[in-house]
Design a protein around this ligand. Sequence first.
Ligand SMILES: Nc1ncnc2c1ncn2[C@@H]1O[C@H](COP(=O)(O)OP(=O)(O)OP(=O)(O)O)[C@@H](O)[C@H]1O
Ligand SMILES: [Mg+2]
Length: 435
Amino acid sequence: MNTRDLLIASTVAGLSDELVALADVRVTSVASLDHMSAMLDSRQFYAVYIDYDDNTPGSLWSSILHANRHGITVLMGLSPSIQRIQHDLHDAGIMICPVSDAPGIARWIAVQLGLRGGTRSGSPVIAVAGAKGGIGKTLTTSLLAEGLTRRGVRVLVIDGDLSNSGIVPMFRIPADAPSYLDHASDAIACGVAPAWDAVQLRRLIFSHPSGIDFLIGADGTADARDLQRIEWLSLIQAVRGLDEYGVILIDTGPEIKKRPYAILTARDGGWVVVPAPPGRKERTGVAHLLHVMQRGVPAHDLSARCLLVLMEPERGAAITTEHIAPLFQQQFPATRVIGRLPRAVRQISTADEQADRYLSPLDIDPGSMLVQATHQMVERLCIAIGLSPPLPMPRHRWWMRWRRIASRPEWGSVAQQRATTRSHTAAADQSRAGA
Ligand SMILES: Nc1ncnc2c1ncn2[C@@H]1O[C@H](COP(=O)(O)OP(=O)(O)OP(=O)(O)O)[C@@H](O)[C@H]1O
Ligand SMILES: [Mg+2]
């Protein structure tokens, strides 16, 4: 099968020319879905793209099934009929293009099919995800955001956990901060698709004292509103167009079927960071997500877009990250490990329990293992996604680390420690002199 042979049924003027120029593909255009089916029987194509609308979902589905029978990837554009069945299409693993201009669609098709010209413009998008609750997604998002900010990278965090935000309580986001869901609901209530232009988006962004910017969705667990997947994709598309951000991070919830934001991110040329604790239930959740990623899009193993962060378990756990790292590597060879986060219960809960303000765990104990692990994780993330931060990796001075160790109760104070060392040395000298 020639990977450059595409069949399109589109009403968008100039799309074929854009595709040919961008991705060096051979494009056959048809003007009806019947004609498309006839072409599929006559020649082997690599993929089809449809935004043609004859107002009959039945004929759309039969074209899709026809293409599937030939093992051909199907991509869809936006049209009223397609919009009406978008959920079923997503559930069937069919991607819908969130933009409607010819250059934008051509770029999107090239990204989906891994063609030349398919490199995304705009900031890299990284979703932090896992098919299980409470594995450290929000913590990892916050540490990446803090670590990248300290490297001079401007970060926008999108709260994608619309069922139970972890970002809002962690960063003490005030209740009156703007919400992208409010904005979307207003548009949907008026019967129109939400439009996300740069000016509106910037108005919805909450600038946090930490220097990190946020796009917040729901502020509480009782908020039943949601975004349709195509609305989510067009939100992300618009956010990528904001040129002030070096990285866009998405904190996702555990329900990867209801809101498959991580999968959509990877399909759209972004990255997925997966916190991987070693416990049996947790690693089953990680494996579930990675299996979904492996099956991603036909002919594309999306697990290659997945970056694992090994999460240390509680002390005394029967299985450690050393045990599971080779297992993951064996089962999902395309994934990469970008870090290992130590368990830092005291540091994280001290930050969490601040009465009146947000405090990053990185500022509680700057010499700690957690801080070093965060900087290393950020460094490896930057290498993996090809990002060059303006500032170097903060190196920890030996005396700060010493001061931290020396301040542990079991070690006593530094002065006490030195006095003990001096008296031991003196005693040893005396006994040597005596001998
Ligand atoms: N390395 C760690 N050291 C100490 N505590 C941790 C660590 N990782 C996670 N935790 C704690 O575990 C709890 C769950 O973490 P977090 O909220 O980040 O998980 P989550 O995957 O985002 O959960 P949810 O699916 O509910 O959104 C939090 O209280 C967090 O502080
Ligand atoms: Mg969370």
